[in-house]
Design a protein around this ligand. Structure first.
Ligand code: ATP
Ligand code: MG
Length: 328
């Protein structure tokens, strides 16, 4: 097996159900309800691979990422990290493993401590983890700043977050993640709060850094154009379930699942003359409580038939990708 194909994470039937608040009587009567935020999902992330997790708001993307980083305990399932199941690992072990995994958040305005200089923000993970000798701190911070394009380093090091633009702040978040030389990064909508030009710059930067550092990235977005730009493989989530997964170009060029088709038909086409049929799906994404019998997308699916409301489809392999639809 080449290093490109080596597995970093193997996620098996991962599940997170949150219990909703119910009254005492309901609990006694066993009427506890659950939000099935992540409902038995399985997928692989290989070393140096960008896997995009796509889906509407509430589909379980952030929860899935938080489970993988063990910021949240799974209800059940396996999180195999380099051959070892860490789904039930204890806090001490998790803390040790987390040094190799970092997260970049959506909001560059909230994720940085306003009282810390850029230098301190980036140096902090080095100080907390003590992963590298103290004498290397300034050189490592400098390298991270250079890598994210915040130069001259001496000028940016002494600034505070409020003295930076949104794009620059996001570069600081990326530098903070990179400084530990991670092998895995979760980027949760890292570019969605930025204007269009800055968004492209940040995506370009992530692409360059991914190649340079050979990191595995779980890139979370609801924007398929961003996913296609950066990703090698795609996972499309709907109400906590994977509806389709596979090679990103294949899935985007020829989606199988009606939900994927609808999402993809709504990607803006740069050429206004290019004809593409838009598939509109009715209604909003419901919450993952009291899910319907059968396929959870059926209530909004323009192609549903009887079986869809009776039996839940499992992911099936066809033409090199998996999709969970009775039409397939
Ligand atoms: N701590 C929690 N307690 C209860 N329910 C939760 C909790 N965290 C998430 N949920 C619920 O789980 C579901 C999935 O949420 P999640 O944040 O993972 O979705 P998402 O795909 O990241 O959405 P968005 O695109 O809006 O960020 C939602 O219905 C959400 O309300
Ligand atoms: Mg989210």
């Amino acid at each position: 097996m080449s290093s490109e194909e080596e597995s970093l994470f193997s996620i098996v039937a991962l599940k997170k159900w949150f219990s909703t608040r119910t009254g005492l009587l309901d609990s006694i009567l066993g009427k506890q309800e659950y939000v099935r935020a992540v409902d038995e999902i399985s997928f692989e992330i290989k070393k140096g691979e960008v896997v995009c997790l796509v889906g509407e708001s509430g589909s379980g993307k952030t929860t899935a990422a938080r489970l993988i980083l063990r910021l949240e305990d799974p209800t059940s399932g396996e999180i195999i990290y380099k051959g070892e199941d860490i789904a039930k690992a204890k806090e001490r072990k998790i803390r040790r493993l987390r040094r190799h995994m970092q997260m970049i958040f959506q909001n560059p305005y909230e994720s940085l401590d306003p009282r810390m200089t850029v230098y301190d923000v980036i140096a902090e993970p080095l100080q907390v983890t003590k992963l590298f000798p103290k004498s290397e701190t300034s050189q490592r911070v400098g390298k991270a700043l250079e890598d994210v394009g915040l130069i001259p380093v001496s000028e940016f090091s002494i600034r505070f977050p409020h003295e930076l633009s949104g794009g620059q702040r996001q570069r600081v978040s990326i530098a903070r993640a990179l400084v530990l030389d991670p092998e895995f990064i979760v980027a949760d909508e890292p570019a969605s709060m930025l204007d269009a030009n800055t968004r492209i710059e940040i995506l370009n930067l992530l692409q360059d850094l991914q190649a340079e550092y050979h990191m595995g990235i779980l890139f979370i977005t609801h924007d398929l154009a961003q996913a296609r730009y950066l990703g090698h493989r795609i996972i499309i989530l709907y109400l906590g379930k994977i509806v389709e997964k596979g090679n990103i170009d294949q899935v985007i060029q020829n989606p199988h699942h009606p939900y994927s088709k609808a999402l993809i038909s709504n990607i803006p086409v740069p050429d206004p003359d290019a004809k593409r049929e838009r598939i509109d799906i009715e209604g909003e994404i419901p919450t993952a409580i009291n899910l319907p019998l059968g396929c959870r997308f059926a209530p909004r699916c323009p192609f549903k038939f009887k079986r869809c409301t009776e039996e839940e489809p499992e992911l099936m392999l066809k033409e090199g990708r998996y999709s969970a639809c009775w039409l397939d």
